[in-house]
Design a protein around this ligand. Sequence first.
Ligand SMILES: [Zn+2]
Length: 254
Amino acid sequence: MIDTHAHLTDPRFCDDVDSVVERAWDSGVVAIINPATNMEDLGRVVEVVNKYPKVYGLVGIYPGEANPSSWESDLAKIWDILEHDDKIVGVGEIGLDEAPLKENPDLEYAVFEVQLAHAATHDYPVVIHTRNTEKEMWEVMKRQSKLPRAHMHCFSGSIEWLEYVLSSGFYVGFDGNVTYKNAENLRTLAKNVPLDRLLLETDAPYLPPTGHRGERNEPGNVRITAEFLAEIRGENFDTLIDATTNNAKTLYGI
Ligand SMILES: [Zn+2]
């Protein structure tokens, strides 16, 4: 299993990241991908990926995290790290989020679209966050001259949006929230993603699966979501693990 989205650099992991990573390997996780959210987190991502051989990083500016006066020079630093550090395998976490988009639409669109275009031009894979911004995200996608290879993180939304995402060649990730009682819509979406486009994620420390709610989530829990997905999709567990592991390797080149 590969946890394609975990924030090991979150302050909630700073005291015991060694044991968190150890427990992940014990659960059968073979690699973890850690996206960055801002310039401060970026430094921690570079540290963590260079400490653990099977932890890889992504670099980018998360919605609401751009510094209005320095984001362009910050991105120049980000692209330099991406080009030169072999453990940094793509762009992320980038995207659109309802609250910052309402507050500062010009900045949020600019930061997102510049990163998206850079990834497309240089053929870097990208992980995309959307929260209550399906329509706006769709419009952004449609006005790009070229789209990058992408991973839609913590997927939610309409079935039409899923169809668009799949027709664009994107991969689709699900987290522990697919196990929640009221998440019937997420389960319908998860059943409609072809096996060769599906990715496993935890979004740790967020979104712990049922049975662990209220706790800090961690990459080892990706197994619970994988078992749950295999069951609702009517697939063999090992088949789902092999396919999602291959998908992550193909997309991120790890
Ligand atoms: Zn995230």
